[in-house]
Design a protein around this ligand. Structure first.
Ligand SMILES: *Cc1c(COP(=O)(O)O)cnc(C)c1O
Length: 405
């Protein structure tokens, strides 16, 4: 097994066994990074967004940076680093592996694991000082036992299920949970949290109901003499639109990436997308009337036209759309035509004569009508799905070098 070179020590890259490459993430110097289709991650914009959010935040409000799923495809260590630089109190991820990679990258601040744990994961969580969000009594008991055996008292965040019905203790079953909690001597409740099912739409009815339930849970804790340091309920949408739900801490995932959780939530001027998807034109086809393009012949030329062939497709996470999208080339929008293939996107450049092999095309970015939300709209999904959907086959290019944590 070889783990592949790290980006910083390309000169001493280990020799790979012939015919085998186990490296899941090509380093920056790997030939694959020269692929003519890539994701660009603008770290300056990321830092700028973070600073704008920071100055938008009311005094005393803390935030944690949610960098699960490789920070929605942007690179967990890069995004975490920017968050730490702007004063994040904690990081949060979903899987144990994600947390371990952050520890390996040198992040020493608290890492909150979202969701539930499998019992087999617990020893590793203890070893790497990870903070659990607990919402299950049997896991709480095991966690307590493990910490007790190690002679430690560990901080946890209690997760309250206020209506999402995903993770957590139901708000109205908290008294029963607390009866047991008193006996879990090795656990300390550092936080109490919940999560909105809908925080970023205009109708806040259900969000308010969840908030009421959270308040009743906090009162229940207080009656038992428990006042956790960190009370938190907000994701990006909640942060933007529900100031009454800020409590002590907000959990920001998508907002620092410059993408708004919905079309209708509050805007912070100056925030722009951090990620762009670009490709080089690899061929231009001159079509005659009646010629069609690609699988299923989904586009047929009615007049002479020029079609640019782009070397990426749904195998890279580009949505499998037909005649619905667009891209930008030489500052002009060009419609996406035909059906997106695993490795190919076609755009109509009939009216853009400068478009030639080698021309750079933007398929997603900060241009109006070319954001992650637009791609989501064309393909009937949400912007989160678009951002996290880019495959590891697409190299990431970082536009500025982040400082060391
Ligand atoms: C993913 C996640 C977040 C971050 O949500 P954004 O909308 O990206 O800010 C916050 N809290 C929990 C529990 C999450 O799972």
């Amino acid at each position: 097994m070889t783990t592949g070179p790290k980006s910083s020590d390309a000169a001493s890259a280990p020799v790979r066994p012939s015919g085998v490459d186990t490296s899941p993430h090509p380093s920056r110097s790997h030939p694959e990074t020269h692929r003519p289709a890539w994701l660009e991650v603008n770290l300056d914009q990321l830092r700028h967004n973070s600073a704008l959010i920071r100055s938008d935040m009311p005094d005393g409000l803390a935030f944690l940076s949610v960098v699960k799923d490789d920070a929605y495809g942007h690179g967990a260590t890069e995004v975490a680093r920017a968050a730490v630089e702007t004063g994040a109190q904690m990081l949060a991820v979903y899987t144990l592996g994600e947390a371990l990679r952050l520890r390996e990258a040198g992040f020493t601040l608290p890492i909150l694991l979202l969701g539930e744990r499998d019992p087999d994961e617990l020893p590793h969580c203890l070893e790497h000082k990870l903070t659990l969000s607990l919402g299950d009594l049997s896991i709480a008991r095991r966690w307590n036992e493990l910490a007790g055996k190690a002679g430690q008292e560990v901080g946890v965040h209690l997760k309250i299920n206020t209506g999402m019905n995903r993770y957590g203790v139901r708000w109205d079953e908290l008294p029963a949970f607390l009866n047991e909690w008193g006996g879990l001597r090795s656990l300390r409740m550092d936080g109490v949290m919940s999560h909105f099912a809908q925080s970023d739409e205009i109708d806040k009815t259900f969000a308010r109901q969840q908030l009421e339930r959270f308040h009743s849970a906090l009162e229940c804790l207080a009656r038992g003499g428990i006042r956790p340091r960190w009370r938190h309920h907000c994701n990006s949408g909640g942060y933007l639109d529900l100031p009454e739900a800020h409590f002590d801490l907000v959990r920001l995932g998508i907002l620092p990436l410059g993408v708004y959780p919905s079309a209708v939530c509050r805007r912070i001027p100056g925030i722009e997308p951090v990620m762009s998807l670009r490709a080089k034109v690899v061929a231009v086809r001159n079509l005659r009337p009646g010629d069609s393009v690609g699988y299923g012949m989904r586009f047929t030329a009615s007049a002479p036209c020029r079609i640019a062939v782009l070397p990426l497709g749904y195998g890279d996470g580009y949505p499998r759309i037909r005649n619905t999208g667009q891209a930008m080339i030489h500052g002009q929008y060009a419609p996406q035509v035909g059906s997106v293939a695993m490795d190919t996107v076609f755009i109509d450049v009939t009216r853009i004569p400068q478009a030639q092999p080698g021309s750079i095309v933007t398929l997603m970015g900060s241009e109006p009508d070319l954001t992650a939300r637009d791609l989501a709209k064309w393909s009937g999904t949400v912007c989160y799905d678009i951002l996290t959907g880019w495959s590891s086959r697409l190299p990431r290019r970082y536009l500025s070098t982040p400082s060391i944590p």
